[in-house]
Design a protein around this ligand. Sequence first.
Ligand code: SAM
Ligand code: SF4
Length: 346
Amino acid sequence: MTVVLKDSLDRPLRNLRLSVTDRCNLRCSYCMPEPEYVWLPREDILHFEEIETLVDVFTTLGVDKVRLTGGEPLLRRNLPDLIQRLAARPAIRDLAMTTNGVLLAANAQAIRDAGLHRLTVSLDTLRPQRFRDLTRYDELNRVLEGIDAAAPLFSGLKIDTVVIRGVNDDELIELLEFGRRYGAEVRFIEYMDVGGATHWSMSRVLPRREMLTRLEEHYGPITPVVEQSSAPADRYRLSDGMTFGIISSTTEPFCDSCDRSRLTADGLWYLCLYASHGTDLRRPLRSGASADRDVGGTQRPRRRRTPRRTRSRTADSGGAAEEGSTPRDAYEGWLDSVSSVHRTRP
Ligand code: SAM
Ligand code: SF4
């Protein structure tokens, strides 16, 4: 019998966002607005074997969709190797990745060959100066080359655009038409308040309603696509048949149907993108692993967490295992310790 992990609102957590690095090669104003960041110490980052072990635990608890993310996931060394390991697991029905596309041209074939099922590329503007202003880097051409390389390899490629009023809200049509050329579905994301120094304000959010009105003025009637889905995007169809999505997490949050939890590159597990408190899975993993097999770093003293980005994160011990216990004990420990989560049998 499958055990399904549910949160306190009884939502099954089938979808795991797996951050493989906290580093990034862009500095998007809405995400990492500062020029410099203190990155996680290398030894804190989960090894591939540790990621596999945790993913196996999650899949036994009902997770069947995994999305690789970051930071920028293509900065993680040997990423195709991790993709291959995860793609070999039949329990993962859907293995996807979101990338900023800067390193995509060089990696598209390798990640496809490794078995990645689906790909999303973030692209907020088609204008070089605007791209530079938004990200601090002059990399638009490389992103476009990346999309050019990836589109033939990944059918159903998606392009995600964060829409910010007064910044790129005049490009909705250009971006949709760009997606059309590649057979890619564009998804417009409402600018979200992720805290820190991003200077978010409601006045900079272009609400879904307004996006639709502007697009209807150009394209004529737009109809919602009726479907049962836990995907964050609501999909729409233009009268010529082209579809696009809107992720309205700010004006119309979809918490009721959200099935995502996320694991950071250093093994903190969060039940929500907005959560400020995560459960440390690395500690029980490393302490518990010593009895069964070496997954590295078990005996190393734990470094104090360096403040990262502009947000503060907290973690509980996640039910750290006793020295000498097995990984299984450790997982049982952290599972029991997550007070807001309970297991149910369907
Ligand atoms: N670096 C990769 C990328 O940019 O695609 C993957 C990680 S990035 C955090 C994942 C997605 O989060 C991107 O599509 C990005 O645009 C989106 N995102 C980040 N900050 C956001 C914000 N404040 N509001 C809305 N979307 C945001
Ligand atoms: Fe980097 Fe992605 Fe954040 Fe932009 S949105 S700074 S590309 S992690």
